[in-house]
Design a protein around this ligand. Structure first.
Ligand SMILES: *[C@@H]1O[C@H](CO)[C@@H](O)[C@H](O)[C@H]1NC(C)=O
Ligand SMILES: *[C@@H]1O[C@H](CO)[C@@H](O)[C@H](O)[C@H]1NC(C)=O
Ligand SMILES: *[C@@H]1O[C@H](CO)[C@@H](O)[C@H](O)[C@H]1NC(C)=O
Ligand SMILES: *[C@@H]1O[C@H](CO)[C@@H](O)[C@H](O)[C@H]1NC(C)=O
Ligand SMILES: *[C@@H]1O[C@H](CO)[C@@H](O)[C@H](O)[C@H]1NC(C)=O
Ligand SMILES: *[C@@H]1O[C@H](CO)[C@@H](O)[C@H](O)[C@H]1NC(C)=O
Ligand SMILES: *[C@@H]1O[C@H](CO)[C@@H](O)[C@H](O)[C@H]1NC(C)=O
Length: 815
């Protein structure tokens, strides 16, 4: 039963001390944009690339397709976001801290950054005589339509708390006798593969009467179909009201492109709550009829007949719960928003997938089952989320900012254009029954909301710790897909934009850059990235091996997952064999090509580099470790002997006395790279503590150097770690050397924590974090920050690497 009482009686639903805390009238102090202009020298060197990019851009526009990276009109950060709603991989709807429904990702992988005025909660308060004494929107954002709908709440007296995947909004309406709280709950639950995939959110309202007189309160929830785009004006749409098991509400049906979609707005039925429904109003009107119905009666007018309505154009609907709150009492009501878009179809390959939740709920008319399930289970979702977060939130040794940051950054798992789908019938027939994808499906998320390439593997390498730690089976499924992609060949020729050469889109026996773009056909048309010939990248092969190592070993280094290793081993072996051929001088180390042939895709590396060389050493160690566990003694010897040679060469060529040189170029080798210990970091994350690969004293010394130069000497230590420093200055050799990368900063902080530099680690990440808060980048974390004014690539995958800090913290606790 739902306990009637103060919200604070129940620990699992009470408002946490940590998280994003803002007043509803908050204005951020600083605004950053994406208008960074590189210095002239760099622009000149990039002219051919820019020129080729523009041609590529126009070609895509001409065909009506989205480019994977839009540099022509990047999205500026809007400083409005709060915790988004929805589980993982079934579409997401963003929420603003002021109450917006914004940032729709219901078309798979395609973001629409609209705020829809018609999506609102409205409160009506009546006194003991039934006279309406207050009616207001429960949002404070400016709107341009529905002019008779008014916000009369005082934002300075209302609080928002965001701690993903939940948020709380407290409204002080004590002037009218009521304190109101809304809890927003989405089913994002670690290790839970049944609930976490659901396209649902519950809004649990608590109304507390703080005066001596009785009150009647109505909460109305209104919603319009569509996503606020121009396309909303076309197609047909219909709605119908329902009364099903434990709830009542309205369903809106419509099509998104060619896919059928349904949304359900519902209220939980319970004694003392009168539910009314409005199955149609015009979201383009001034809204006065709906507004006055609520004002007059505290409910929507009863419809004349309960038949299905058909409408053309945009359609909005509503559901309202009216209940008495007597003097000094507290009452709770529950509402929900559920959407059901069971199929995923991509424009170019026209392949159809079913979303993962259809496994339990079916793919036809599942929406009412989902609604009823959400109401029955949301309290257990909350309890599980609470239990998960409690361990971190209650740890007095951790800084406050980190507690909020760890969970809030996790937003990208669901709000990363994420897809979680079932295997198709054909795949089910062809893959072995013990393949994890049979049970857990296929998982993909975008490199960035603006960088629309799925599973970009060079970046996922950093972000994957979040999956590995919380949804390890999704990481497994992704890794099996990746293994299969290694063998895949796509023969079509593409012109890579950096040098203008023609290359094969996907060479067989190579690790791809990405699993494709939602504007083509993800999971089939892989390698959508247009800038370089990624088959010659120097980081991807090592990163594939290292992720395999981490996934096999991290959970229990003494008892690694042998079956998984077996399944991955051949592909790992093969890509390592290929990489060995890129050791041109037989010193055991692979050399870079003098182009940006790795994840820093505009930062040139020549000869051996600290970054790719370090990853390579770690991968060699990983291969020898895995070969040993699999009883492949010859392979073990092979990789061990290359490692021994390579290690000696690496120390000799790269160690400068206080850090590893950037690369072996004549002019630029001295640069100090924040990410120079990336390979070492991954071994630590895999639970492998060894100084066989990188000498302990060199690791510690390099970290101190990086802390001093890239962190403390950059923006007074308040902006994380700048990617490159040279001769005591920020390295301006490329547009990326002078950026601070959020995900790399978290990874560096993790490395520091593993190495016992806990305070330095938190200072490194904390400085950057504070800057982001000041600029309103919550739930919009960019890939890169510049020293001043600018950022790049909002809402990006890499910052999920913050989970490696948690892995480091837990591992030092164990020791
Ligand atoms: C908002 O937070 C402030 C400061 O913690 C608190 O005093 C106030 O009561 C809160 N307002 C509401 C509506 O709960
Ligand atoms: C409400 O609570 C207050 C303070 O506890 C008390 O003084 C008042 O009599 C109560 N009113 C009613 C109607 O119960
Ligand atoms: C509030 O309503 C209850 C139940 O109808 C009634 O018993 C009580 O006297 C009312 N209280 C006030 C303060 O009017
Ligand atoms: C909303 O409904 C309209 C009108 O029926 C329909 O044309 C449109 O496609 C719907 N919008 C979306 C985005 O689903
Ligand atoms: C790197 O190795 C690949 C695969 O063996 C080979 O095709 C390529 O030519 C090599 N590139 C260089 C520059 O060594
Ligand atoms: C290492 O690099 C620093 C800073 O770039 C430089 O001053 C120093 O001379 C270098 N040390 C050696 C041994 O090359
Ligand atoms: C999460 O909450 C923190 C407060 O701890 C806030 O400052 C931050 O911006 C939020 N993070 C994200 C990614 O939204």
């Amino acid at each position: 039963m739902h306990q009637e009482g103060s919200i604070n009686e129940n620990l699992s639903s009470s408002i946490p001390k940590y998280g994003l805390k803002l007043k509803l009238n908050h204005v951020y102090k600083e605004k950053r944009d994406q208008k960074y202009i590189p210095r002239l020298g760099i622009i000149l060197s990039m002219l051919p690339l820019i020129f080729r990019y523009l041609i590529y851009y126009l070609k895509f526009k001409w065909r009506g397709m989205k480019v994977v990276m839009d540099y022509v009109s990047p999205r500026e950060p809007q400083q409005i976001y709060g915790v988004p709603i929805g589980g993982i991989g079934s579409g997401t709807i963003g929420r603003g801290y002021r109450g917006e429904f914004c940032r729709f990702q219901l078309r798979p992988g395609i973001y629409e950054w609209n705020t829809v005025d018609a999506n609102q909660f409205i409160v009506t308060i009546k006194d003991e005589n039934g006279k309406t004494i207050f009616q207001s929107l429960l949002s404070t954002f400016p709107k341009s339509s529905l002019s008779s709908w008014k916000s009369r709440i005082d934002g300075s007296k209302c609080n928002y708390t965001g701690l993903y995947p939940r948020s709380w909004t407290e409204y002080d309406l004590s002037e009218y006798g009521i304190m109101l709280t809304c809890r927003q709950i989405s089913p994002v639950i670690p290790h839970d593969y049944v609930n976490s995939c659901l396209p649902a959110a519950v809004f649990a309202w608590t109304a507390k009467n703080v005066c001596n007189a009785n009150r009647t309160v109505t909460i109305a929830f209104t919603f319009k179909n569509g996503t606020g785009s121009v396309a909303d004006k076309k197609a047909t749409c219909s709605s119908k009201s329902f009364n099903y098991e434990n709830s009542e509400g309205v369903i809106l049906y419509n099509t998104l492109d060619s896919t059928q979609a349904a949304y359900a707005l519902s209220a939980l039925s319970k004694p003392g709550v009168s539910i009314s429904k409005c199955s149609y109003f015009d979201p383009k009107s001034d809204g006065s009829d709906v507004w006055s119905q609520l004002e007059l009666n505290g409910e929507f007018d009863r419809p004349k007949k309960n038949a299905q309505n058909h409408f053309f154009g945009e359609t909005a609907c509503g559901v309202a719960s009216k209940f008495a709150v007597n003097a000094n009492e507290t009452r709770r009501i529950e509402m929900s928003l559920v959407w059901d878009i069971p199929k995923v179809i991509f424009p170019v390959d026209q392949k159809t997938y079913k979303r993962y939740y259809t496994k339990h709920f079916g793919s036809e008319n599942s929406i009412l089952k989902l609604v009823s399930y959400a109401f029955d289970n949301y309290e257990s979702w909350e309890q599980k989320i609470y239990d998960w977060q409690k361990v971190v939130l209650d740890d007095s040794k951790l800084p406050d900012w980190y507690k909020g940051a760890l969970f809030n950054e996790t937003y990208y798992i669901s709000d990363g254009g994420t897809l979680w789908m079932l295997l198709g019938d054909e795949e089910l027939r062809t893959i072995p029954q013990n393949d994890p994808r049979v049970e857990y499906g296929r998982f993909a998320y975008l490199e960035g909301q603006e960088y629309i390439m799925y599973n970009s593997y060079d970046v996922h390498f950093y972000a994957s710790h979040a999956l590995h730690k919380n949804w390890p089976m999704l990481q497994r499924c992704l890794q099996y897909d990746l293994r299969d992609f290694v063998y895949l060949e796509i023969k079509s020729d593409v012109k890579e934009l950096y040098e203008g050469t023609i290359c094969e889109r996907k060479k067989s026996n190579s690790v791809p850059h990405d699993a494709g773009s939602p504007s083509e056909g993800p999971l089939t048309l892989i390698n959508a990235y247009p800038i370089h010939d990624v088959s010659s990248w120097r980081d991807l092969n090592s990163k594939f091996v290292l992720q395999t190592l981490r996934d096999a070993f991290a959970a229990s280094p003494q008892k690694p997952d042998i079956d998984f290793m077996k399944d991955m081993y051949d592909a790992c072996f093969m890509v390592m064999q290929k990489s060995i051929k890129n050791d041109t001088n037989a010193d055991g180390l692979i050399e870079n090509l003098g182009i940006p042939d790795q994840t820093y895709d505009s930062w040139v590396m020549s000869g051996v580099s600290a970054y790719c060389g370090g990853l390579w050493l770690a991968a060699l160690y990983g291969m020898s470790t895995m070969a040993e566990r699999l009883g492949k003694i010859d392979d073990k010897k092979l990789f061990e002997s290359i490692l021994n040679k390579a290690k000696a060469a690496f120390e000799k060529k790269m160690w400068n006395g206080s850090y590893y040189n950037f690369d072996c170029s004549t002019h630029h080798s001295k640069a100090i790279m924040a990410d120079q210990l990336c390979g070492h970091w991954y071994l630590m994350c895999s639970g492998i503590k060894t100084d066989i690969v990188f000498p302990e004293d060199h690791v510690k010394c390099a970290l101190k150097t990086v802390y001093k130069s890239n962190v403390q000497s950059f923006c007074d230590g308040n902006m994380g770690a700048v990617n490159g420093m040279i001769n005591g200055e920020v390295d301006t050799a490329s547009v990326q050397s002078l950026e601070a990368w959020t995900g790399v900063t978290y990874a560096l902080a993790s490395t520091m924590i593993y190495e016992g530099m806990v305070e330095e680690g938190f200072k490194t990440a904390g400085g950057m974090y504070n800057s982001m808060i000041r600029c309103g980048l919550a739930f919009d974390t960019p890939e890169a920050l510049y020293a001043e004014h600018h950022i790049r690539a909002v809402a990006y995958m890499r910052p999920l690497s913050i989970w490696s800090m948690q892995m480091a913290l837990e591992s030092s606790i164990n020791n």
